[in-house]
Design a binder for this molecule. Structure first.
Ligand code: HEM
Length: 507
């Protein structure tokens, strides 16, 4: 009896000591850790942040968040800290000189946000770092050589035509319709045909495409995870209902990409080189993934191939869908520029219904409009890096190693210190003489430096083809009742969609 009593007393005193430790040590560690982060950011004043939730609660997810960050950018020039929880702080930068310092460096992707993508797109080119990234980038770069891109123009024209045929009913009634959904199907069709030589009926089979739906879900959940600090923990996210939804959507996305690879492997078993030439099939991105070898004759592992297919399937369609949707919206809002583009396009097409490689360089005004749309509506509104060493910016301020730096692409593109009337759509900003007066890091829709977009020529070509063929057939009109409510997911989207009206163009 006495022994049990003594044990129970000992136990309760341990509980007492443990509780005391928790009450004292945990808050102490919290304060010390937070103080260290605060000190590191001392040189960078920024908007007030809640000690637990940081600045996240300021983001209402109602279409105003990107503009809120612009306002902060005006108040805190060049850069300001953004808090995503009690300890996680990122330096958000919006001046070209700052952008140059970060993007020309070899600093790795930040493992905080990019790691949220890994269960979905694997450790592919977008996410990987170091030697692995370098090897893959070298092996995959030939897949974007202009000899490879050339035949894609024909396929892009065909996919665009399928979409434009579907729009005839909207043109007849002149009713407002939502573009982004149509354009996503078209860009998915294009990447499937170009990069994977995969015949797809995704534009015509009706209903909601399961892969595209999964990409929306995954993008929303990655963004939610970033904003919800307990979800920064893998375990908590994994056990949460959102983590369950994430895994379910990953399965859908993976089964789509696995099917593409499976079909190709089966086809390859039967295909001879001669057969390929007879079937007039060009070398595509998937061929390069499957057959590439480094100097040691080492190819990519099955896991590497899967990651790259998942990466390119996503990056290759969602970014261009965003870019094309907002570009067509801009042209709808600016009939005077639309008219100039159409005149130029009709001349370049010379009566043909499809765009060809040579015509891509004959539409300089349209190209300037595309760039201006990418400035105002960058499909990738933000990217980030982790510092492996301290960095000193052009104004002498320093941030120590270990912290994250976010390049606010949207904010750089609308920085009033760099762009006159930044919110005005003015393609002449991209006249060569005007470009020469600006820092090359003032306009970075495809990022810059060693980690720039490998698909940028592909993307520009696709944007040119789709604009040209759209303007040949339709007149685009704005519906003032439907202003897009911009929202940052992995790509730029609109909460209420991107809506326009169209009429047939009659020359
Ligand atoms: C308008 C369309 C596009 C835009 C605005 C865009 C933008 C970007 C940006 C900003 C990055 C840097 C991301 C970062 O640092 O985290 C990037 C990287 C990348 N993009 Fe694009 N992209 C577009 C289209 C494409 C297309 C069509 C493909 C593939 C066919 C593609 C494949 C990639 C890949 C694989 C990377 C990672 C490159 C690396 O780190 O080596 N992108 N893109």
């Amino acid at each position: 009896m006495e022994l049990t009593e003594a044990l129970s007393r000992l136990q309760s005193s341990w509980i007492y000591v443990f509780s005391l430790l928790c009450l004292v040590v945990v808050p102490y560690m919290f304060v010390v850790k937070r103080k260290a982060v605060l000190q590191s950011f001392e040189a960078f004043p920024g908007p007030p942040a809640n000690f637990l939730f940081g600045n996240v609660l300021e983001f209402k997810q109602d279409g105003t968040d990107l503009f809120k960050a612009l306002e902060w950018g005006k108040k805190y020039p060049n850069a300001f800290p953004l808090w995503f929880g009690p300890f996680l702080c990122l330096l958000s930068i919006h001046h070209p000189d700052y952008v140059k310092t970060i993007l020309t460096s070899a600093e790795p992707k930040d493992e905080f946000i990019y790691s949220f993508l890994v269960p979905w797109i694997g450790d592919g080119l977008l996410v990987s770092n170091g030697k692995k990234w370098f090897r893959h980038r070298r092996l995959l770069t030939p897949g974007f050589h202009y000899d490879v891109l050339k035949p894609y123009v024909q396929l892009m024209s065909q996919s665009a035509k399928t979409m434009l045929d579907k729009w005839e009913s909207y043109a007849k009634t002149n009713e407002t319709f939502e573009l982004f959904e149509h354009v996503s199907l078209m860009t998915l069709d294009t990447i499937l045909q170009c990069a994977f030589s995969c015949k797809s009926n995704c534009q015509t089979e009706g209903g909601t495409n399961a892969y595209i739906k999964a990409v929306y879900e995954l993008s929303d959940l990655v963004s939610l995870r970033k904003r919800t600090f307990p979800y920064h923990s893998n375990l908590i996210f994994y056990l949460s209902p959102h983590g369950f939804r994430y895994r379910k959507a990953c399965k859908v996305a993976h089964s789509h990409t696995a099917e593409v690879v499976k079909k190709r492997k089966e086809a390859l078993k039967e295909e001879t080189e001669l057969g390929r030439i007879q079937a007039n099939r060009y070398l595509d991105f998937l061929d390069i993934l499957l057959f590439t070898r480094d100097e040691n004759q080492q190819g990519l592992s099955d896991e590497d191939i899967r990651a790259e297919v998942d990466t390119f399937m996503f990056e290759g369609h969602d970014t261009t869908a965003s870019g094309i949707s907002f570009l067509l919206y801009c042209l709808a809002c600016h009939p005077e520029h639309q008219k100039k583009c159409r005149e130029e396009v009709l001349q370049a097409l010379g009566g043909k219904d499809t765009m060809d490689w040579e015509a891509l360089n004959k539409i300089p005004y349209t190209t300037m409009c595309i760039k201006e749309a990418l400035r105002l509506y960058p499909p990738v509104p933000g990217i980030s890096r982790k510092l492996t060493k301290p960095v000193t910016f052009s104004d002498g301020r320093t941030l120590p190693a270990g912290f994250y730096v976010g390049v606010g692409v949207f904010a750089v593109h609308r920085n009033p210190d760099v762009w006159k009337n930044p919110d005005v759509f003015d393609p002449l900003r991209f006249l060569p003489e005007n470009v020469a007066k600006r820092s090359p890091h003032a306009f970075v829709p495809f990022s810059a430096g060693p980690r720039n977009c490998i698909g940028q020529n592909f993307a520009m070509n696709e944007m040119k083809v789709v604009t040209a063929l759209t303007l040949k057939r339709y007149q685009l009109e704005e519906d003032p009742d439907f202003k897009p409510k911009l929202i940052q997911r992995l790509v730029l989207r609109s909460l209420n969609g991107v809506n326009i009206k169209i009429r047939p163009f009659e020359p």
